[in-house]
Design a protein around this ligand. Structure first.
Ligand code: R5P
Length: 290
């Protein structure tokens, strides 16, 4: 059975159909003091998959998982997998200031104590190469929406130049470019704060070309906004944006539009109005394999 929460029903339904499994909903109630009450469907089969992305208020969602997983086990579930299309805390991957917790490691470990498998899409693996470095070997399964986005972009904007705004995006941009048969370049970024970034555009000629910026995620949108402005200043005819994880917090989306971005596309790993490609098939294939 696939268990999901009401705000991710659309992706859950598509995944359940792909897997040919029944879907059940976990319902939630928030008490006045902020505690939550979860109700899982009963009885549960021995083999259960929980779908829960960790976008938007990830701490609340982590607590949901820390309650739902042992509850499912208490009612006889033997094999328990988590599908977290967006895995939060992956960017906190080193001790940036003395004493700072390396949350990537600790949150990953926490999830791996509750679930036998953790399947996710484009986790922010920058200073580590694989989830095996932060979870028991084989527990974490990292999929990529980059090829889907690359093919989508090639169909929408034939001949586009793909640009990754920073070194970290290099892996996804290269994959997307390969899948879509597109040329690409990768810039550099220094971050000074949540919304302060300094960007160096890649050394490629975009004059008279359609540019598509591609990244694993957009949060405040400042990374993409800086790159979009630079591309337009260098003579790009259009700038579109494609991301795996459409977080788009605060004024990110209107600010992107104001910076001259034309289309915004994303995978449905995070439910958002910009969703253009579906990761359900990708996830179903991985779940059948593991
Ligand atoms: C980090 O390097 C990520 O790949 C994204 O570039 C970053 O998280 C985007 O954040 P924001 O939208 O706040 O600039």
């Amino acid at each position: 059975m696939l268990l999901a929460f009401d705000d991710e029903q659309e992706l859950a339904t598509r995944l359940a159909i792909e897997l040919g499994r029944p879907m059940g909903l976990i319902t939630r109630h928030r008490f006045p003091d902020g505690e939550i009450r979860l109700v899982l469907p009963k009885p549960l089969p021995v083999d259960v998959i929980v779908l829960r992305g960790l976008q938007h208020q990830p701490n609340d969602r982590l607590v949901e998982l820390l309650i739902a997983a042992p509850a499912a086990r208490a009612w006889g579930v033997r094999r328990l997998a988590l599908v977290a299309p967006y895995l939060a805390y992956m960017r906190q991957d080193m001790e940036f200031t003395p004493g700072e917790a390396v949350s990537q490691r600790h949150v990953s470990t926490l999830l791996s104590t509750q679930f036998d498998r953790v399947v996710t899409v484009d986790p922010h693996l920058h200073r580590i190469a694989s989830l095996d470095e932060v979870m028991p070997a084989g527990c974490g399964v990292a999929l990529s929406a980059a090829p889907l986005l690359g093919r989508w972009i090639a169909a929408q904007v034939p001949g586009a130049v793909l640009v990754g705004p920073d070194e970290e995006s290099g892996q996804w941009v290269a994959e997307a470019a390969r899948a879509g048969g597109l040329t690409h370049g990768v810039g550099r970024k220094v971050r000074f704060g949540d919304t302060q970034v300094q960007l160096a555009f890649p050394d490629i000629d975009v004059k008279g070309r359609a540019v598509v910026l591609l990244d694993d995620m957009a949060s405040t949108g400042r990374t993409l906004i800086g790159s979009a402005r630079e591309a337009l200043e260098r003579g790009a005819t259009s700038v579109d944006v494609a991301v795996t994880h459409a977080l788009f917090n605060g004024d990110a989306l209107p600010s992107l539009r104001a910076a001259g971005v034309r289309h915004v596309w994303s995978s449905n790993a995070v439910p958002h109005e910009s969703n253009a490609v579906c990761v359900a098939g990708l996830m179903a294939t991985a779940l059948r394999r593991h």
